[in-house]
Design a protein. Structure first.
Length: 171
């Protein structure tokens, strides 16, 4: 993600929207739902490298995020907005890992938003993030048990991409 963002910014990009999948951890979050990140907890190595261990809270651009929320609402697609955690490892073996992040208000795990938001802020570029929940991890379900079937995942991703395209042309 970092190399792509760095190069897009050098080429003159002013608006960046990450679309992808995430693992849902929030109570009540279901597969196929749309998550729009307002900020990302930087638990990844890329962001740590950029920050040299200094504290920082990478946040999405408000205007572009609002455009995503409005585009989702216009298509009657329910979107959950809030924190995500950018992690390098999805299948963390610590038994309380997901619960610790859930207790902090994190909706989902993903791998790129933190670096995207940092780089965009650094260079004065708008960035936002829309994610389709591909699986959920809860007290009574594992990611393997909840993974969305491919045809349903593809439909949800297509809907998310349509929302992102609408939001991107609205700003």
């Amino acid at each position: 993600m970092s190399i792509v963002v760095e190069e897009l910014i050098r080429l003159g990009a002013k608006h960046l929207i990450r679309v992808g999948t995430c693992g849902g951890i929030a109570k009540g979050l279901r597969t196929g739902e749309l998550v729009i990140a307002t900020a990302a907890c930087p638990v990844d190595g890329a962001t740590a490298t950029y920050l040299h261990g200094e504290p920082y809270a990478p946040a999405a651009d408000f205007e572009l995020t609002r455009a995503l929320v409005e585009a989702a609402a216009a298509t009657d697609l329910t979107a959950r907005t809030g924190l995500v955690a950018s992690v390098d490892v999805f299948y963390n073996t610590d038994p309380d890992y997901a619960q610790r992040w859930r207790d902090r208000g994190v909706l989902a795990f993903e791998m790129e938003a933190s670096a995207l938001f940092y780089l965009a802020a650094r260079d004065g570029v708008q960035a936002a993030c829309a994610l389709t929940v591909s699986d959920v991890l809860g007290d009574d379900v594992t990611t393997e048990e909840s993974y969305l079937p491919l045809d349903e995942l593809n439909r949800a991703i297509d809907s998310m991409i349509a929302v992102a395209l609408e939001a991107g042309t609205a700003t």
